[in-house]
Design a protein around this ligand. Structure first.
Ligand SMILES: C[S@@+](CC[C@H](N)C(=O)[O-])C[C@H]1O[C@@H](n2cnc3c(N)ncnc32)[C@H](O)[C@@H]1O
Length: 248
């Protein structure tokens, strides 16, 4: 019996090979020991996923192992302000805030229904005072957040997580760097896409999630403000990976 937050098997992603049963089983085994049903936040994470599914949200939330990795990374750098681009139902935001009692999360969501469900889940988790959802295209809401950081209304960003429309990956990273403190961590999800990013230089027939992944990797590589690497991952979310950058 799986003891964790997820109640159903995730829908395979179009981009990537079907997750191998071994990868998914390994995630389930490790999570059952490292975030079991008795974990302090297990019940709220489960109700977040259940309510999101009941309200018709797609099951494209960050994998549980990855959401917990984000929360632990925030703890490791004693993050006080975390920015997420792409809220969905608030799963990663709720994991971050529930694991880090001193953390404020600012999260940006384009889809009004997703944002509504996220706000409901956040309220149910008792975290409305520490997680703020901005509704609208992130390219429009991010400048407001950055201006509030500039004027001191919000603290500088300690961590940024980009997980929305992939063609704008670089635009979000490029803009967010200006709101980051030195040493801040920036993570961009889904930049490996089953290895499609390495399938040649002719991008004419490539989908936006591949060109968006390549653009952020290539531009970050040329940008003196950050230093970065990409880590490939497998698991319940198939073969993908994330870009991990640190602001100099
Ligand atoms: C993969 S989901 C995010 C999952 C979430 N980070 C989590 O861990 O549960 C991507 C989300 O980004 C949102 N999104 C897509 N384009 C966007 C945009 N231009 N601005 C803000 N959000 C956007 C989608 O509506 C969707 O809810």
């Amino acid at each position: 019996m799986i003891e964790s937050q997820q109640t159903s098997v995730r829908t395979p992603r179009l981009c990537c090979p079907e997750p191998s049963p071994t990868w998914a089983a390994t995630d389930l085994y490790t999570l059952s020991h490292l975030n079991s049903s008795t974990a302090h936040n297990s019940a709220i994470l489960k109700s977040t996923l259940d309510n999101s599914a009941d309200q018709g949200l797609p099951d494209i939330y960050s994998s549980r192992a990855f959401a917990k990795f984000l929360a632990l990374q925030a703890k490791a750098i004693d993050a006080k302000h975390f920015l997420e681009v792409g809220t969905l139902g608030g799963f990663a935001s709720i994991w971050l805030a529930s694991e880090n009692p001193n953390l404020k999360v600012t999260t940006l969501e384009y889809n009004p229904h997703h944002a509504e469900v996220a706000k409901e889940n956040i309220a149910h988790a008792g975290l409305s005072d520490r997680i703020t959802v901005h509704v609208g295209p992130a390219l429009e809401t991010l400048p407001t957040v950055l201006s509030d950081i500039d004027t001191g209304k919000l603290p500088k960003l300690d961590m940024v997580y980009v997980d929305a429309d992939k063609q704008n990956n670089w635009n979000y990273v490029n803009a967010a760097i200006s709101g980051c403190r030195k040493g801040a961590v920036i993570i961009v999800d889904n930049v490996v896409q089953g290895g499609q990013i390495a399938s040649g230089d002719d991008l004419s027939d490539k989908p936006e999630y591949v060109t968006g992944a390549r653009k952020v990797i290539e531009n970050v590589g040329k940008d003196e403000r950050v230093t970065a690497t990409v880590i490939q991952t497998v698991g319940e979310g198939s073969h993908d990976g994330f870009l991990f950058a640190v602001v100099r």
